[in-house]
Design a protein around this ligand. Structure first.
Ligand code: SAH
Length: 216
């Protein structure tokens, strides 16, 4: 799998578009400028890879819109060597953006075929990420606590088990709502039993579902 001058040029334009839409975190923009998003999609879709839109991958799921990836990553306030847990690996694109910023990334996916495919993609790009096949509602306590947890699927309510896996000072970024629209919600753990909530606009994600899927 290779990058190309054409793709690099398209990424520069995408980054300018994200700046105009209000993304200002330079590390996030640099990561989006660096990660070859087209390699997370089927080969025929290069023309769509650098438009600011979500796009279907397999198993009825989607690769998130670049703007959404940029917002979630900015809200996490990732620093180098932060331990970040992602729920909803999907294509692996969001995980790659986090790894590009220097985070130690753990990511969970409930579809076995997506879990396997993302693992391959990320390995070929040289990112060192820990992949898990499982139900992200349970998090991954054995590797926590985390500096940040990002859920990239629509949660009907804040998954309480994930709050328990945050460090003090850690942040959970999760879209909360029904299937048609969700509010991007940040929960910061300010003490052992203290949490602060903030809301950051409306988004639309595929649903966060319980259990795992071992076929297509
Ligand atoms: N971050 C992904 C976005 C994928 S869409 C990307 O950058 O491409 C959301 C993903 O969340 C889907 O692949 C879906 O299968 C997964 N998902 C939904 N509920 C889940 C759960 N409970 N545990 C783990 N993954 C889940």
């Amino acid at each position: 799998m290779t990058d190309s001058f054409e793709a690099k040029g398209k990424r520069k334009r995408l980054v300018e578009e994200l700046r105009k839409k209000g993304i200002s975190d330079e590390e996030v923009l640099r990561a989006i400028d660096t990660v070859p998003r087209h390699l997370f999609m089927d080969a025929a879709f290069l023309v769509h890879a650098y438009t600011d839109k979500a796009f279907p991958i397999s198993s009825g799921q989607t690769i998130s819109q670049p703007y959404t990836v940029a917002v979630q990553t900015s809200l996490l306030r990732v620093k180098k060597r932060d331990k970040i847990l992602e729920v909803g690996t999907g294509s692996g694109y969001q995980a790659a953006v986090l790894a590009e910023i220097g985070a130690k990334v753990y990511t969970i996916e409930r579809f076995r075929d997506l879990f396997l495919k993302a693992q391959k993609t990320l390995a070929s790009l040289g990112y060192n990420i820990d992949f898990f096949y499982g139900d992200g509602y349970a998090g991954k306590p054995q590797y926590g606590p985390y500096d940040g947890i990002v859920v990239t699927a629509a949660a009907p309510e804040i998954p309480s088990e994930l709050l328990r896996q945050l460090k003090t000072g850690g942040r959970l970024v999760v879209p909360v709502g029904n299937s048609s629209s969700q509010v991007m919600t940040v929960v910061e753990r300010t003490g052992e039993d203290a949490f602060e909530y903030s809301r950051h606009g409306d988004f639309v994600f595929v649903p966060m579902l319980k259990g795992t899927v071992n076929g297509k």
